[in-house]
Design a protein around this ligand. Structure first.
Ligand code: ZN
Ligand code: ZN
Length: 340
């Protein structure tokens, strides 16, 4: 099969390798149909996060068709259309047993700890495959995983009716968080980003206020619509010192800050603000199976503006040049690689 191999920092190559074998009774082989390019893959490619080590086939936002299955697989007949939940849980560690499977102590991520879906075929355990609703296309289904990341983050927020919120970062996760927040009782959502093209999209997706921190002071803008207090909730969807700091600065005393961005490992923030203003800072990682199923329903019900978010399409053979192009085109929100 053809696969896009991350061979060294800032280099990917098309390679011909054997189709994965199913090496466990609950394993399933998928013919990949669509796979989204994730920001975490882009930052793995540049070496920025250090979380993806070459040689590796990346890609975890996938949909596909079941073409083979192990003996223990039930309920996924050949030909089933499925979405991949890419975090595999062990099921037996204390966190799994307590129902906190997204923070499993032995988790494996497709495309990071296991071969990913920038390939014609990928193998994955049946428990982590979810049937696509009939009216949901393979391409739109590729948004299920990043949407579930946003659903998980929003579900960690102690939302009260008519809260105000600010989202730092209008990339795919920031915009999906915006779309999910619109489905809650939040009264006003502001989005900040350094790219005006992305802010325009944020307005199209429903942001009432947009802020470009290269020209505006986020706290000053937030003061205008919160009587000087700050927002109740802030979401950080970038993962850098400056943006993490911004998420603290815009939040009211005793407010909640949810960090989703995962980029720079060590950052510098104003710890005194967290202590003296009693800010609650919550980390959000991955998703639960319930978040994933909710995301499938939201997509099937047409609650998510997929046509605005998926604004670039590519083929696997474009892969070697694609990542460099995406890194320099902030106007691209979600690029999906489609297979015939
Ligand atoms: Zn992703
Ligand atoms: Zn576990």
């Amino acid at each position: 099969m053809q696969a896009l191999m991350f061979t060294e920092i800032k280099k990917q190559q098309l390679v011909d390798i054997p189709i994965p074998i199913i090496d466990r009774p609950d394993g399933v082989l998928l013919k990949v149909k669509s796979v989204g390019v994730c920001g975490s893959d882009l930052h793995g490619y540049t070496g920025q996060t250090g979380r993806r080590i070459p040689p590796l086939i990346m890609g975890h936002e996938a949909t596909g068709e079941v073409v083979a299955a192990g003996d223990a697989v039930k309920g996924l007949p050949l030909g089933s259309r499925v979405a991949v939940q890419p975090v595999e849980f062990c099921g037996v560690c204390p966190q799994c047993l307590a129902g906190r499977r997204n923070v499993c102590e032995n988790r494996r991520l497709m495309g990071m700890n296991a071969p990913g879906a920038y390939a014609e075929y990928v193998a994955w355990p049946a428990d982590n495959l979810f049937p696509l609703p009939e009216n949901l296309s393979y391409e739109n289904g590729a948004l299920t995983e990043p949407l579930a990341v946003a659903v998980h983050a929003v579900s960690l927020a102690p939302i009260r009716p008519y809260d105000t919120a600010l989202i730092v970062g209008a990339g795919p996760i920031g915009l999906l968080t915006l779309a999910v927040l619109k489905l809650t009782g939040v009264s006003l959502i502001a989005v900040s980003d350094a790219s005006d093209a992305r802010l325009e999209l944020a307005r199209a997706v429903g942001a009432e206020v947009t802020i470009n921190p290269t020209r505006q002071n986020p706290r000053q803008v937030v003061n205008e619509f919160t009587n000087g207090s700050g927002v109740d909730l802030a979401f950080e969807a970038v993962g850098l010192s400056a943006t993490a700091q911004q998420s603290l600065e815009v939040t009211r005393n005793k407010g909640t800050v949810i960090w989703i961005g995962n980029n720079q490992r060590m950052i510098e923030i104003d710890m005194q603000a967290v202590v003296t203003r009693e800010l609650a800072v919550i980390g959000s990682y991955g998703m639960t199976g319930e978040d994933f199923q909710r995301s499938l329903r939201m997509l099937a019900d047409g609650c998510i503006p997929t046509e605005q978010l998926i604004n670039r399409r590519a083929t696997l053979s474009e892969g070697p040049a694609l990542f460099d192009q995406l890194l320099t085109s902030p106007e691209t929100i979600k690029c999906v690689i489609n297979f015939a």
